[in-house]
Design a protein around this ligand. Structure first.
Ligand code: PMV
Length: 324
């Protein structure tokens, strides 16, 4: 048995369909080259020892049999529950040392929790010699996300596993890799950290009170996602941009846009972006704009002038992989 393995998993950006995907609709997500690295080492004894300096966890120790049983520091939860779920599934008893390190800030909403969860499950499958196909990694990782935060479509988990650009339906009912290349996207961070579960609950409240109206919005978003898939496959960026604008309007109607997001999105219009929208839960975090390559640099300047921070992000990146 190997004793130590290092894997890495990509982060993600939602292209179309956020929120509606929580309600059984499709979305399109792309994996981004900011990777989460997860090192797992089998140790003697029966403790989990965790180092996750990006979230201020240095040398957290817990008995494996206690994982998930009592209140634990926030930064430990996805790793702890992923280990618990994997050990339970395969009846494994062992000590473990886990180290995580991301090459991106967890602030930007790029999906550090899904990438870390997928990374831990993949690393454990390697180190304990339990080969898992992507679907199995998905079900264990998605269960972990639901155990920790109670909510979520799993789109980010799929992006971390399969990589590339994916047409995805809630809970992994459909995971369809789309053969597209890297997209000419620019990403702007508003500087405001948004809490995804809070925004998902906010939409749930709105849904409860305005079911008919919100179903209509979700139906329109579904049409946009399906059109978006076609435009992506034919690389019709003008059309894609228009669809992004339409998706943004509907997200605003759902109440998840914000003045900061709108401000950055309209700044990108000044220099001729094809279109733009928030990406993810909204309320802050990031916006994306699709832009002709000759306008790319001036668009970045506009975003910074409008108070945003441009974040380098290469789309359509490789899914989870063993590094060493
Ligand atoms: O905030 P993010 O980037 O994790 O995206 C959330 C997307 C939602 O559709 C709002 C939730 C989900 O799990 O699909």
């Amino acid at each position: 048995m190997i004793k130590r393995v290092e894997v890495s998993a990509p982060s993600k950006l939602m292209l179309f369909g956020e929120h509606a995907v929580v309600y059984g609709r499709p979305c399109i997500v792309t994996a981004v080259d900011h990777r989460m690295r997860v090192m797992v080492e089998v140790t003697d004894g029966n403790n989990l020892e965790l180092y996750a300096p990006d979230v201020d966890i240095i040398g957290y120790i817990e008995r494996i049999s206690n994982l998930g049983r009592r209140e634990a520091p926030k930064g430990t939860r996805f790793v702890s529950i992923a280990v618990r779920n994997f050990f339970k599934s395969f009846g494994i008893k062992s000590g473990l040392k886990v180290e995580t390190k991301s090459d991106f800030s967890s602030e930007f909403g790029f999906g550090s929790s899904s990438a870390v969860t997928v990374g831990v499950i993949k690393a454990l499958s390697e180190v304990f010699g339990k080969p898992l196909d992507n679907k199995k990694i998905f079900s264990l990782s998605y269960k972990t996300i639901l155990d920790v935060q109670g909510i979520g479509s799993g789109f980010d988990v799929a992006a971390a596993i399969w990589g590339g650009t994916i047409y995805f339906i809630t809970g992994g009912k459909k995971v369809e890799p789309l053969p597209v290349g890297e997209l000419p996207l620019v990403v702007g961070y508003t500087g405001i950290k948004a809490d995804t579960p809070t925004l998902v609950r906010q939409v749930a409240d709105f849904y409860k009170k305005n079911k008919k109206q919100v179903e209509k919005i979700f139906d329109s978003i579904e049409d946009i996602v399906n059109e978006g898939k076609k435009s992506l496959l034919s690389r019709d960026y003008k059309k894609l941009g228009k669809l992004m604008d339409q998706n943004q309007k509907l997200l605003d109607k759902l109440g998840v846009s914000s003045p900061e997001l709108e401000n950055l999105i309209s700044a990108t219009k000044k220099v001729g972006a094809y279109g733009g929208k928030l990406s993810g839960a909204g309320g802050g975090d990031c916006m994306i704009a699709l832009v002709p390559s000759i306008k790319r640099e001036s668009l970045k300047v506009e975003i910074e002038k409008a108070g945003g921070k441009v974040i380098r992000a290469k789309t359509n990146s490789e899914g989870v992989r063993v590094e060493k």
